[in-house]
Design a protein around this ligand. Sequence first.
Ligand SMILES: Cc1ncc(COP(=O)(O)O)c(C=O)c1O
Length: 402
Amino acid sequence: MTKSVDEVRADIPFLRTGIIYLDNAATTPTPEPVIEAMLSYYHEFSANVGRGLHRATRRATEEFEAAREKVARVIGAKPSEIIFTKNTTEAINIVARGLDLKKGDKVITSLFEHHSNLLPWQRLEKERGVRLEVVGSSKECLLDPVEFEVAMDKNTRLITTHHVSNAIGSIQPVEEIGKLARDHEVLYLVDAAQSVGHMPVDVRRIGCDFLAAPGHKGLLGPQGTGFLYAREDKIFELEPLLTGGGIVEDVELHGAKLVDPPQLFDAGTPNIPGIIGLGKACEYVMDIGIDKIAEREKKLTERMLVIGKYSQVEVYGPMNLNRRGGVVSFNISGLGPHEVASMLDELAKIAIRSGHHCAQPTFRHLKINGTARASVHYFNLETEVEKFVELVGQIAREMGTL
Ligand SMILES: Cc1ncc(COP(=O)(O)O)c(C=O)c1O
């Protein structure tokens, strides 16, 4: 049984502040059942995981591992393929640092990545002599698999791309790129920060080896949570970022026998309440229905795109709704993005993001410094979007008369 928009809104305390929250690409508000799941950890079984035998630690470990199953279900993976992280950035860094990429190996990425999917590769370029090639040329920031094929050579080890652009919303052909990578026996990492929870994502359909995602965006989970999917035959190729307590079977003074993945990636005390909250959040979005979320976001996005009719407003990215996620990036001529965001906040408590959205190469490509960006989730109301469109129109008209 799906959850209605009203039910979801009633579950989100933050919305009672009267905010019109259109900054979901940055992070999302947390529903009460997710908060309650975290509280129940603190109230009822506030112990460490994977250590000891008492009842509280057993319960904590059970709930923590149950979260792995729930995350896996969302993306069509197995629990043994899920590594918990604190965010998407950490998940990408695990792949970049953890694979045995050496001098001369080639990594191909795109011009339209979030900085979190560029800087980890730049570091390998500097520190290990890995060759980084960056492709992408379209005005709508859509990726063309042919450009990746052309960039490939016999030393290419990995391709990495985002699924949906946080900067301008483009949906990328990840299944085609996945097929290309498989055909050439090259690894494929997908940055799914803007897709998981917003639209159906199936790692087997994409055919990727790794997929990095946040808990705190589309999944409506707590901040400080994320995960990395690593295909079962590839997870053993990854070195964890951290080593230490909680991941050993036996330790001598000069050596240790470590546990297998995915628990191998849980060194130290993890974010136990956060991960339990993430598990609940996965259940929550699956109860709404991820298809339903995608369908609703598409309708809301279509309404937001109406701002493009004002002559002073420029909207960036694909206009085809099948190629755009719930992100609308725009500028009003004569105003900077920060001014637009402040005005919407002042006028009607509308929260949008402004700036370069951690994607400076994208904006250099578009020859602009940044944009104002509105982004939706299932809980947003048509009336909120109408208000946004109305006020953008009002600001644009006022600018037109100056
Ligand atoms: C496409 C993309 N990749 C990576 C990130 C980084 O995500 P996180 O903040 O979870 O590390 C973001 C955040 O907005 C993003 O939109």
